[in-house]
Write a protein that binds this ligand. Structure first.
Ligand SMILES: [Zn+2]
Ligand SMILES: [Zn+2]
Length: 156
């Protein structure tokens, strides 16, 4: 029988939703492989994720909360809530924006950071929008243990 809807599934790609702050990103990189972690600035006791942000004529450092689902980001920049900000790598300058991918909640462009083992984390570039998604590939059997932080450490 034809005409049935087959869900499009990709066995190599797993998207997960996890409890707020249960996971901490420890090895975020730009697309050129620069490590974005900043040991000098900690949020909640963890090294923050350092990115360069630009909003109109305003630009400077932004430190993102590395705890997934937590949003205690730090920055001296004065950026009004609701503004769309451009993120780039503070080391090599490459843009972190994802081409032609937009936030499900507010349609702003997404930014992406690479994680070890082909994982990635995407977030919305609109200040105050908390939509984000963690994508981890090649997890295999580990997926059943996603909520246990210790099992995810090697992937973050
Ligand atoms: Zn870089
Ligand atoms: Zn958004």
């Amino acid at each position: 029988m034809t005409g049935l809807d087959h869900p499009r599934t990709n066995p190599d790609k797993i998207e997960v939703t996890v409890p707020a702050a249960a996971l901490v990103i420890r090895h975020a990189q730009c697309s050129n492989g620069c490590l974005l972690m900043s040991p000098d600035v900690t949020i909640g006791g963890h090294s923050a994720i350092h990115v360069h942000a630009r909003y109109g004529a305003v630009e400077g450092d932004v430190y993102l909360d590395p705890a997934y689902g937590s949003f205690e980001h730090r920055s001296a920049l004065e950026i009004p809530d609701g503004s769309v900000v451009s993120f780039s790598c503070p080391n090599c300058g490459v843009s972190l924006e994802v081409v032609e991918k937009f936030c499900n909640s507010c349609s702003a462009p997404l930014f992406v950071m690479r994680l070890p083992r082909n994982g990635s984390i995407e977030g919305c570039t609109r200040k105050g929008c908390f939509a984000h998604r963690l994508e981890v590939r090649d997890l295999g059997a580990q997926v059943v243990r996603l909520c246990q932080e210790s099992q995810m450490d090697g992937y973050l």
